[in-house]
Design a protein around this ligand. Structure first.
Ligand SMILES: *[C@@H]1O[C@H](CO)[C@@H](O)[C@H](O)[C@H]1NC(C)=O
Ligand SMILES: *[C@@H]1O[C@H](CO)[C@@H](O)[C@H](O)[C@H]1NC(C)=O
Ligand SMILES: *[C@@H]1O[C@H](CO)[C@@H](O)[C@H](O)[C@H]1NC(C)=O
Ligand SMILES: *[C@@H]1O[C@H](CO)[C@@H](O)[C@H](O)[C@H]1NC(C)=O
Ligand SMILES: *[C@@H]1O[C@H](CO)[C@@H](O)[C@H](O)[C@H]1NC(C)=O
Ligand SMILES: *[C@@H]1O[C@H](CO)[C@@H](O)[C@H](O)[C@H]1NC(C)=O
Ligand SMILES: *[C@@H]1O[C@H](CO)[C@@H](O)[C@H](O)[C@H]1NC(C)=O
Length: 399
């Protein structure tokens, strides 16, 4: 099978990444290049008996994605885990943005925004897992109350200075409602009874945050899954609408690789003040759970606020950064963004090249259903033909 071939190619090049690495280092900018590949995932097409022990799900035929940043080019939801305070959040898009080539870039437009201090939200809805519980699917999404984590019957804004604690989570979706659940509808099949919204789409996109990650004040115990391990991350927007933490992998498209990108994530208690960035996609790896992690981290400031975010440019460059110069203006020019990024010195930067997967999706009957995906039409009509694997996960620390 395809993935085994990719794994072999990666195994052959392990020496390269090990040789270049002298252990993770603290930086202010984490870059991934060559992001995006042609691949498939299987969407959930049915959820039966959602609320009982007999719950079962099935997945459909392979759905294709390709191009810059794929599959993160699909719509994504934005996830937060405590200990965390969110002061501002913004989502931007641009018709073209090339890092290091401002001449060939157009402005970024803010298309979603949340500001805790003025209690303003544009095109942003707070949801949380406080709905119906299921032994297989876990808790369903509900509207989040102003504390971020209780269930509400209608959309509410997160109150100013809301601190969510270890294990607590909320998620931001756009305010565009999904049509009814269905294989052929734009949000696919989702769990019944949830407030269902679209995520934030587009290949060229940017998410900015002003946030705090103070040290947990409760004491550690085995009742925590993620004690003092805050995170901000992106998931394919279908994942939470079906199930984020299912006991049956067919209840989410995650396991088939529909996409996750961790922007700022504490990985374990030993490194509780290190924020790592990770792609959980099949771009040259077999172990999706481990994913593709940069060999360095951004320091977690436990006493002040942090500003920064992630840029996915039009050429497959992903940059996670922190900078107190980050602004949340309605329009951000390519020059002003490039200034912030280029002001970060080389010894505060890290770059990781993702594997090149040359692949072609060949079909006479498939048609593009949207900019980023092809649907399989009938068995055998669409096939994945991988002919070269130039696989290098090269960790290059820039000096
Ligand atoms: C940016 O988002 C807005 C609102 O969703 C949309 O109308 C516009 O087409 C998007 N622009 C690009 C370049 O994707
Ligand atoms: C400018 O951007 C467009 C769209 O991303 C691309 O097709 C073109 O090759 C770029 N030109 C240069 C000079 O980089
Ligand atoms: C979504 O948010 C935008 C920006 O705040 C607003 O103009 C629009 O009316 C909202 N749409 C819905 C359905 O609430
Ligand atoms: C998940 O779906 C696959 C493919 O449809 C099937 O082979 C597998 O048995 C399913 N797993 C479970 C736990 O139902
Ligand atoms: C903690 O996470 C980092 C980053 O993934 C990893 O390098 C390190 O080995 C982990 N430490 C432990 C004790 O698991
Ligand atoms: C919390 O306890 C768990 C074991 O229950 C341990 O693995 C983890 O490192 C601890 N976290 C911290 C921050 O000490
Ligand atoms: C950024 O600002 C915060 C407080 O607003 C401060 O704690 C932090 O040290 C600043 N970071 C840098 C790199 O100057």
């Amino acid at each position: 099978m395809l993935l085994q071939n990719v794994a072999l190619a990666v195994a052959g090049l392990c020496g390269l990444s090990a040789a270049a690495s002298d252990g993770p280092q603290a930086v202010e900018k984490i870059e991934f290049t060559n992001v995006g590949f042609a691949g498939t995932y299987t969407p959930v097409v049915s959820i039966k008996n959602a609320d009982s022990d007999d719950c079962s799900c099935s997945v459909g035929s392979k759905q294709w994605f390709y191009g810059s940043n794929a599959p993160i080019s699909d719509a994504v939801s934005v996830h937060f885990r405590g200990p965390l305070k969110l002061n501002q959040f913004a989502f931007y898009n641009s018709s073209s943005f090339n890092l290091d080539n401002a001449d060939n870039s157009s402005d970024w437009s803010r298309v979603a925004y949340f500001d805790a201090s003025s209690q303003t939200a544009e095109n942003a809805v707070f949801l949380t897992k406080a709905g119906k519980d299921s032994p297989v699917l876990g808790k369903a999404l509900s509207f989040a109350d102003s504390d971020g984590v209780s269930s509400s019957s209608s959309s509410q804004l997160l109150a100013e200075d809301t601190l969510i604690t270890s294990d607590q989570e909320y998620v931001i979706y756009s305010n565009a409602s999904c049509p009814k659940s269905g294989k052929k509808n734009s949000c696919g099949v989702y769990r019944s009874g949830i407030p269902a919204y679209h995520g934030y789409g587009g290949a060229t996109k940017m998410f900015l945050f002003d946030f705090e990650m103070p040290t947990e004040t409760q004491s550690n115990s085995s009742s925590f899954d993620y004690f003092d391990m805050p995170a901000i991350w992106l998931l394919n927007d279908q994942i939470s609408r079906t199930s984020q933490y299912p006991t049956d992998a067919n209840c989410s498209c995650w396991a088939s690789g529909c996409g996750e990108f961790d922007i700022f994530e504490v990985m374990n208690g030993t490194e509780k003040n290190h924020l790592y960035s990770t792609f959980h996609t099949f771009q040259g790896i077999e172990d999706l759970g481990t994913g593709i992690q940069a060999d360095g981290y951004i320091n977690r400031d436990t006493s002040g606020s942090m500003k920064g975010g992630v840029i996915f440019d039009s050429n497959g460059n992903t940059v996670v950064f922190v900078s107190n110069s980050t602004s949340f203006d309605q329009t951000i020019t390519p020059d002003s963004l490039n200034n912030i990024i280029s002001r970060i010195s080389d010894d505060e930067s890290l770059s990781t090249k993702l594997a090149t997967i040359s692949a072609s999706a060949s079909s006479t009957t498939s048609k593009a259903s949207d900019a980023n995906s092809l649907f399989e039409k009938g068995t055998g009509a669409l096939w994945f033909y991988a002919f070269t694997f130039v696989t290098s996960i090269a960790h290059t620390v820039l000096f």
